[in-house]
Design a protein around this ligand. Structure first.
Ligand SMILES: CC(C)(COP(=O)(O)OP(=O)(O)OC[C@H]1O[C@@H](n2cnc3c(N)ncnc32)[C@H](O)[C@@H]1OP(=O)(O)O)[C@@H](O)C(=O)NCCC(=O)NCCS
Length: 313
């Protein structure tokens, strides 16, 4: 009889082969095919390592499934802790045979039920996760916008003089991290340090006349090289958001000719960013992944113009 074993691993213990296999499955699944695999290696390579635990299912020593969660919030200004589940997946030929649920249950047993447990659910999984006590909070919509259109539409934001955009290296990191924690509702220091210092990743911070942080945008390279992915974009209002989008796209255009588009995942239920993007660029998008939490999360959704990306908070 085939032997099924589940192993728990830290990011440091995962092999390159484990990461490549996972990358293949998620690409095959169509989860942001050009962007997600890049994020997987970022999550599992380091330092600084994410506080993550991966659960791998092996059938007769062959890896056939994966689920993971990472912990955010420890050691910051907020006392809330979030455990974020990501990349729950079983290789296609082995689905529907009970392996996925076994991996999930093993992971679930190790999770801290006092933490806020969170994930981005594929629409067909929402009712299943509800049975685990998670509740849907919002949908994420994915938009891919040509840089040329942004240059044209948002050029006028150059005239906004009371807010300037600075590279992250030019602002006090503590102020930036404080702003991030205020909007997101908990400290995600390791995560933002990791995201904002990736190769070909840039962070611009919007600062007002008093030197207060009033927004920021991080963009990172996508594997297809044509898109740059926004994650996150937080801003006190939509004008500041436009200015940050414009700054980011101008820099990408001047740095490289291969990047053509800006990709962003906008949450429903908060600001009017979806209406703004759809009317400014004449594009429409249907629901993508559904954000679910075990507890009410104190995120300031009006200022979350774009999330990190589905699967990463
Ligand atoms: C979702 C997935 C990982 C489940 O793995 P699997 O091995 O196919 O699932 P199982 O055979 O163990 O499922 C057994 C039963 O438990 C349910 N189940 C599985 N995981 C579950 C979970 N985390 N919570 C609640 N129910 C779950 C299944 O839906 C199934 O119920 P059913 O018999 O009523 O249909 C797998 O189908 C997959 O890789 N799907 C594509 C990727 C994906 O959508 N991942 C989830 C992203 S949010």
């Amino acid at each position: 009889m085939a032997k099924f074993v589940i192993q728990q691993k830290s990011p440091q213990e995962l092999t390159q082969e484990n990461v490549s296999t996972l990358t293949e499955w998620t690409t095959d699944e169509g989860w942001g095919p050009h962007q997600r695999p890049f994020d997987i290696s970022h999550m599992y390579s380091g330092p600084p390592y994410m506080d993550a635990k991966a659960f791998l299912g092996f059938l007769d020593y062959k890896m056939i499934g994966h689920a993971a969660f990472f912990t955010s919030g420890k050691g910051g200004i907020s006392t809330d802790v979030m455990e974020y589940i990501t990349m729950f997946i079983v290789e296609k030929p082995f689905r529907g045979k009970g392996y996925g649920l076994k991996i999930w249950n093993t992971m679930w047993e190790t999770m801290d039920k006092n933490a806020n447990i969170c994930l981005d659910a594929a629409p067909n999984m929402v009712t299943k996760y509800e049975s685990m006590g998670l509740k849907p909070e919002w949908d994420n919509r994915e938009y891919i916008i040509p840089l040329s259109a942004i240059a044209e539409k948002y050029k006028m934001t150059e005239n906004i003089r009371d807010v300037s955009t600075k590279l992250l290296s030019e602002v006090e990191f503590e102020k930036f991290a404080e702003y991030d924690a205020k909007i997101y509702g908990l400290c995600q220091l390791v995560f933002i340090k990791r995201w904002s210092t990736l190769p070909n990743s840039f962070t611009w911070v919007a600062v007002n006349g008093n030197g207060d942080v009033v927004g920021y945008i991080t963009i990172r390279e996508s594997i297809n090289k044509q898109d740059t992915t926004v994650g996150p974009l937080y801003a006190d209002n939509l004008e500041i958001a436009k200015k940050l989008i414009y700054t980011a796209s101008q820099t990408m255009s001047s740095q490289t000719s291969s990047v053509k588009n800006l990709r962003m995942f906008i949450p429903t239920g908060g600001s009017n960013a979806i209406q703004m993007i759809e009317s400014d660029f004449g594009i429409k998008c249907g629901p993508n992944f559904v954000r679910m939490y075990s507890k009410k999360h104190k995120v300031d959704l009006n200022k979350v113009i774009a999330i990190n990306s589905p699967g990463y908070g």
